[in-house]
Design a protein around this ligand. Structure first.
Ligand SMILES: C[S@@+](CC[C@H](N)C(=O)[O-])C[C@H]1O[C@@H](n2cnc3c(N)ncnc32)[C@H](O)[C@@H]1O
Length: 330
């Protein structure tokens, strides 16, 4: 039997985002589904299915293009489960809908940015009352918690919508964790190393000498440093998240570090989309100069990025990265 939504609940809301064109950026993100490092979702699927089953409703918070939801619902044990994907990106949510539109177990809700108040909507402003009255059995947040500006408000929303005994399954590769295996990378921190290796290459390799003068322009480089820190946020300690979960009232049932192998070619394919954030100083980032970089500069950014990656990963085809998994109980 398939999952039963509460009476009157519309899994797909009649909203403009749900009928919009599919966007290239979302499609590009969704290709990570085939990347080895995206195996980081598999323990989350296993953890959820170990304690949730028929009739359970999971809120896939920051569900993005729906990769976790699809992996979960492809498992036979998830047959009678429902999933509500909530995300702040209409483009990602649109693709999630496209990919699962024939699955009645999946619902979707968009978190809007309230311009006047300069904040994202809270969960209670996004999820229908019928679901609050029912209560959620579980919440997942994968590859996203390091991006939240209002961490306390977000975690409080999770706590409030869960039934007593409900579980939040949270994981991210961008958490500093002393339990991480030795020699593993924090995946977003590779970006800073790529930037530094790229500066070395530009300083020494004649192929890039046209870009050398900008290295000594402190103001220019600093503005690009700031931009990079907006794309790839500074990494926080595991204790930062632990404290936030406890402040909201959660009991932390487990906190585990796991290692995944990433292919350098896959990580390059992912990062090259964000060339402006990684190496925007090559040609100048539009957000800083006000002008889009030429196609040639973009090609040079991507070439340099690939060379810098060979340098930091010593020419190896793969590198190991650590992910941290929390299970928190209401
Ligand atoms: C790296 S993607 C991960 C998507 C998905 N969970 C997965 O593992 O494939 C991060 C997602 O977090 C969403 N996001 C970023 N900030 C958010 C916030 N403050 N609240 C809710 N979602 C947010 C983004 O729109 C994006 O879909």
């Amino acid at each position: 039997m398939t999952f039963q939504w509460p009476d009157g609940f519309l899994p797909v809301p009649k909203e403009p985002w749900a009928e919009a064109q599919l966007e290239e950026l979302a499609r590009k993100y969704d290709t990570v589904e085939e990347h080895g490092w995206y195996d980081n979702l598999n323990p989350s699927v296993d953890d959820i299915l170990a304690s949730q089953g028929k009739g359970a409703l999971l809120l896939d918070y920051s569900g993005g293009t729906g990769i976790l939801t699809r992996r979960l619902l492809a498992r036979p044990e998830a047959e009678g489960m429902g999933v509500l994907i909530v995300d702040s990106s209409p483009k990602f949510l649109r693709l999630a809908l496209e990919r699962s539109k024939h699955d009645p177990r999946v619902g979707y809700r968009l978190i809007r940015f309230l311009k006047d108040e300069r904040r994202l909507q809270r969960l209670e402003e996004v999820v229908d009352k019928a679901l609050w009255d029912r209560g959620l059995d579980a919440i997942s947040s994968t590859n996203a918690i390091h991006l939240y500006y209002g961490l306390d408000d977000t975690v409080a929303g999770w706590f409030n919508i869960l039934k007593p005994g409900g579980i939040a399954y949270i994981q991210s590769g961008n958490i500093r964790n002393p339990d991480a295996e030795e020699g593993t990378w924090i995946i977003d921190e590779t970006v800073e190393h790529i930037h530094r290796a790229a500066m070395d290459i530009v300083a020494t390799n004649p192929e890039f000498e046209d870009y050398r003068t900008c290295l000594s322009d402190a103001e220019y480089m600093e503005s690009h440093d700031k931009l990079r820190a907006k794309y790839f946020l500074p990494v926080r300690d595991v204790g930062h998240y632990r404290d936030a979960f406890e402040r909201a009232g959660f009991n932390i049932r487990s906190c585990v570090a796991r290692t995944f192998e990433a292919r350098v070619t896959d990580w390059y394919a992912f990062l090259s989309v964000y060339h402006e954030g990684v190496l925007g100083w090559i040609g100048g980032a539009q957000k800083i100069t006000g002008e889009a970089a030429s196609e040639d500069h973009v090609i040079q950014r991507q070439r340099l990025m690939r060379m810098a990656m060979d340098k930091i990963f010593n020419g190896e085809a793969t590198f190991n990265a650590a992910w941290t998994y929390f299970q928190c109980v209401k």
